[in-house]
Each structure stands twice: as C-alpha cells, then as structure tokens.
Design a protein around this ligand. Structure first.
Ligand code: ADP
Ligand code: GLC
Length: 476
C-alpha cells in the first residue's frame, strides 16, 4: 500500500506532545512492513537544521498556492529520520512556519495547516504518486477527507485514495469563522459543509473530518467509547455515534528503541528487569540534577506533562502540601503551559525546597531521566485519549498512579499501578497514599515493577492493527 501521512508534529523534529511520538514511530513501522510511506510536516524554523540537515526533494517543484486572497510559495525539502531509514517531506514556507512555536493563536492558524494539507496532496499530484490511504491526524488535517471527496474526486492521482482520520484529542477541534470558507479552496463544495454551523458563523475542521473520513480511529479503546458520550464528546458525540461503524479505538504503541531502560541513550545508568541496580543510581542522578537531597528509602514521584486543564494537575496541587508533610516523599515535575499551574508548582517548590523541584520548560533528556529515576509517575488526567507516559513508566519500573479514564484505564490496572475512579482530591489522595503504602512492602512493590516492565505495548504489534484498518478501508 502507498500511505500518505500528514501531521503537524513528528519526533524527533518537532514535538509538543504524544502526537509527535506516534508519528515518530508508526510510519516507520509501516515502511518496515513493506509499505510505501510518505510523511509530510511543516518545515518549522525551530527544527534543528544542524542536527537534522534538510535536502532538496527530488521531483518536486515549488508550489504556488492560493488560499482565497492569500498566496504562498511552498517549497519542498526532505530530512532523514534518524535510526529508521524513513525520508520525511517538509513543506517549506517561512511566512507560515517561521514562528517561535509549533502552534499559534495567530489569525492565520487555519491557513498554516491548510497549506500543509494542500502541500502534501499537490506533491502527490506533481510526482504521480497515488496514495491508497491518506492518514490524517487531528483538526489540522480535518478538511483533507472533504477535499478528497470534492476537489480531487476525479483526480487521476488522488481520486481513489481512502482517508483515515486519527483523533488524538477531541478537545482541539480547529473552529474558525465561517467567512474563512473562501480560504479553503472548497467553496464549490460549500453545500457539503455542515450547514447549521456555517449559519452559526463557524467552520469546525475536526467535525468535517469526522463527517467525511472513510475511517476514524482514536488512540485507545476506552476513549473511542467515551467520545460517543455527551460527557466526553465535546459536542461531536452525536456525529460520532452516527458514524459508529467507522470509529475504532487503537491503542498507541511505544517506541521501545527510544523508551527502554536497557538501551536508553539519555540516561546515565542502564537497567532491566533482570538487573534493577541502575534504577536507584538514576534516582540519585535525577535528584542531584535537580538539586534535591537523596535519601535511601524516600520515594520519588515524577510528573512530565503539558500543564493544561486536561492533565488534572490542579488536583495534585490541592493535595500535595498535606501529603508531602505527612509522608515525606519527593516530587519532581517537568512541564510548561498555563500560568496558574506553573505558578502553583513554583509555589509548591518554594514551600518544600528539599522535597519538590519544578523544572519549567521542555526537556527530552529530563523526561527520560524522570521516567528512569522516579519510583512512581503521576497522571491524574481528567480525560486522556491514550497517554504515553504511563506506558513509558511501566517499562522503566516506575509505578503509574492514574485516573481511570481513556487510555490510562486500558493500560494501568492493580497488578502494575494504582488507578482511581473519581477525579477529585479524595480520589487522588487515596491513590497516592495507596501507592506509598505499597512502596513500603518491598516484595509487593518489586512484583508490581516487574509486572509493568514485562508489558508489551510495542508499535510492532499496534502497527499491524493499522495495516489491517488500511486494508479494510480499501475494501469498502
Ligand atoms: P499529550 O500528547 O496529551 O501531551 P502523551 O502522554 O500522549 O500526552 O504524550 C506526552 C509526550 O510529550 C511524552 O513523550 C512526554 O514525555 C512528552 N512531554 C510532555 N511534556 C514534556 C516536557 N515538558 N518536556 C519533555 N517532554 C515532554
Ligand atoms: C494527544 C492525547 C494523548 C495521546 C496523544 C498521542 O495529545 O492527549 O492522550 O497519547 O495525543 O495520540
């Protein structure tokens, strides 16, 4: 099969969260399975050109793209993904991608990802490379299925392609003013847009993906059920129920070449289920790096997260002071995001300078060291489409403490971690105290660590599920 992936993030080039990890692994796996794979992402100026040198894209010429009144010249480049043999295509357009972050709240945000979508589709046409499957990811690519069904329906290269939309997070939908329909190149298909929404003055990109994709996946079985309910459906639940036969939950995989304590290049001491010795040494290294004192037998809790409401860390802030006083554990937090959460963790650190360290920012190295060095990993997410860190934690013998929701419910049970039902202070307090008590019972704790380390959530397995879904999409 020829599979085209379009994505706003991909590891190791540009990452804010798990989307990058998924795209960093899944296409390369499909290529390994023998498929002909192309990935398109923006040539963000923040991609480290020294580490990842760009090359010209053979056979592709600059594209003169008109999106309503806006004109862009889009160049193409390629970059090699280290360790996989995959060549990734980049859409080069400094006016759109030469900004500080990957995402923005600028008025042309929709144009940035429309341009990416068209850059990918037009590149296929230029080179006569006819994809069987166009795998779209999140709202940024939400109009691609509609474009395939209208603008490109009779195109010799794109006309037969089937589209698959993966929803990594239903809460980010890409909703823009209705007048921007002129920017989409899809105005001739205006009757195919959601008419009530247009009348209400909006275009919702993800909604149109849900309406027109040939297949819809989301990133865990439980989340695929949750999004069909009003509580977690973010206004799209009724559409997802209508399209139920096309909605499938596929748990994300883990790239164990990157996230495994036996061969993790970013941690100072390797270890494995057969020899756990290095774990304690990593704990010492972690505490030393963060300027916290090490004490034998003092449990260390870790957090690595975008600091946003979804992750439920405000509840950790509520319960932490009392728990830190009573139990004497240590807490290391890596993350950045909303001011109220950043300030909350900074205040917590100031109040407990020997127990808490908050590292504000993004650091892949520190993320790996926390996974390796912490005893427990806290993810009290209000909702979690899949979540990768709990699966990484399992591999590193770092017992996850999670809210039982979405992918967390699918991956963490009482043999490997602690999961709480009700998302409130009492629930999280119970879970942390339960874990702290278990930690004192060394044989039980060791059993939990080892059970987690033996779990296999590899992409080798999960990529085959996608392979079957692509085959199924081609049959209908
Ligand atoms: P989400 O995609 O919702 O952020 P996931 O658990 O799927 O949640 O993936 C988060 C990914 O981003 C993990 O690889 C995690 O290690 C990484 N990550 C999140 N915040 C940071 C940070 N501040 N520094 C380094 N890595 C981070
Ligand atoms: C989203 C979700 C996260 C998921 C990731 C990759 O960012 O919040 O739960 O693991 O996408 O699919």
């Amino acid at each position: 099969m020829r599979v085209l992936y379009i994505t706003s993030e991909m590891a190791p080039f540009a990452k804010t969260g798990g989307l990058a990890d998924v795209l960093g692994a899944l296409p390369a796996q499909l290529q390994k399975l023998g498929h002909d794979v192309r990935v398109f992402m923006p040539a963000y100026s923040r991609i480290d050109r020294k580490k990842y040198p760009l090359s010209p894209a053979p056979g592709l010429e600059e594209l003169d793209l008109h999106l309503g009144p806006h004109r862009y010249r889009i160049g193409y480049a390629t970059v090699k993904q280290p360790g996989t043999g995959l060549t990734v295509h980049l859409a080069h357009c400094p006016p759109l991608y030469g900004r500080e972050g990957i995402y923005s709240s600028d008025v042309d945000e929709h144009l940035r990802f429309l341009a990416l979508s068209y850059a990918a589709l037009e590149a296929c046409r230029q080179s006569g490379w006819a994809p069987d499957i166009v795998h779209c990811n999140d709202w940024q690519t939400g109009l691609v299925p509609l474009a395939l069904k209208s603008l490109y329906a009779r195109d010799p290269v794109l006309g037969r392609a089937k589209s698959l939309l993966t929803i990594h997070n239903l809460m980010y939908q890409g909703s823009f003013p209705a007048f921007t329909i002129t920017d989409t190149r899809l105005q001739p298909a205006a009757h195919l847009f959601h008419q009530d929404q247009l009348r209400d003055g909006r275009i919702n990109y993800l909604l149109h993906g849900v309406l027109y994709a040939d297949g819809i996946t989301t990133v865990s079985p439980t989340y695929s059920q949750e999004i069909r309910t009003p509580e977690h459906g973010a206004g799209l639940d009724h559409l997802l129920r209508e399209r139920s036969s096309r909605v499938v939950g596929v748990l994300n995989g883990v790239d164990y070449a990157e996230w495994s304590p036996e061969n993790d290049k970013l941690i100072p001491h390797k270890f494995s289920a057969a020899d756990l010795g290095g774990k304690e040494k990593n704990k010492e290294a972690l505490l030393q790096k963060l300027g916290l004192p090490y004490g034998a037998g003092v449990p260390v809790l870790g957090v690595v997260s975008r600091l946003v409401g979804q992750k439920g860390l405000d509840v950790l802030l509520d319960v932490a002071p009392d728990l830190l006083l009573r139990w004497g554990f240590q807490l290391t937090i890596l993350g950045s995001g909303e001011g109220r959460l950043e300030e909350g963790f900074a205040r917590l650190q100031a109040a407990f300078p020997r127990q808490v360290c908050f590292y504000r920012g993004f650091s892949n190295e520190l993320a790996h060291l926390i996974e390796a060095g912490a005893d427990m990993f806290v993810m009290p997410s209000r909702y979690e489409p899949c979540g990768l860190n709990q699966m990484y934690s399992l591999r590193y013998g770092t017992v996850p403490i999670v809210h039982k929701t979405g992918g967390l419910a699918d991956t963490v049970d009482s043999t490997v971690g602690v999961a709480f039902d009700h998302h409130d202070a009492a629930g999280l307090r119970w879970a942390i105290e339960t874990a702290l008590k278990l930690y004192k019972d060394k044989p039980t704790w060791r059993r939990m660590m080892l059970a987690g380390m033996q779990r296999d959530y590899s992409w080798e397995k999960q990529s085959k599920v996608y392979e079957q879904l692509y085959e199924r999409a081609l049959r209908v």
